[in-house]
Design a protein around this ligand. Sequence first.
Ligand code: DGL
Length: 267
Amino acid sequence: MKERPIGIFDSGLGGLTVFKEVKKLLPKEDIVYFGDTARVPYGTKSKDTVTRFSVQDADFLAGLKVKMIVAACNTSSSFSLPALKRRYKIPVIGVIKPGAQKAANATKNLRVGVIGTRATISSGIYEKEIRKLNPKIKVASASCPLFVPLAEEGWLKGKVTKKIAARYLKALKKKDIDTIVLGCTHYPLLMSIIRSVLGKGVRLIDSATQTAIAVKKIIDEKEMRNPKKSKGRYRFYVSDEPELFKKIGARFLGSNIKNIKRVDVGA
Ligand code: DGL
């Protein structure tokens, strides 16, 4: 079991932000990543569809004999985590709880903001998880659908992006929040523009970093650390042509991506 890889899946390449953090914290673990690039985005789809896709994605990873499954996609985690947890004997973890926990601990004035895809925000999951931890916390949320294409285009700065961010975050700014959860795989790339709009007084919680910490905790608790001395090996699978994943993914990961294969998981 210990020698098996960790499996991470996402609707596309956004989950590479989670991959990057897991790799940083657990450099000796082998990791298999699956990105459902043929069916991305999930953030505009219904609960049923997202759950069906997520189960197929996770089944693919389970078939590769991973020791743990990480749903790196916020939208998948919002809708399909209970179904995934029921389905496998190995640990399954999503990105919502780790981010919610950090936000609940971080807020001083008990006002937290959450941003994510339309699906994630409409699910109300962050609010539910945060208020489970502390019912006194007031949660305000906003969906920011254009942040995903902006991050993929590499439009991380500049007038247009700032204008869009200002418009999306306008209502949240009025809520006196002191903490905000970046509840989407792509948003860590837009951190500096989000910070410039909200001001330095608002703490940004990146769910990718928090999820990696939670993955490490589970691996240690279950004594599943890979005992090998050498660095981890990485494999990437996508459901569409790998070219774009390779190109844009390198920006998300901060390094080149090798070992990408196309697979069909929906059949
Ligand atoms: N990975 C998705 C998320 O974190 C963003 C992209 C999509 O809509 O599929 O919610």
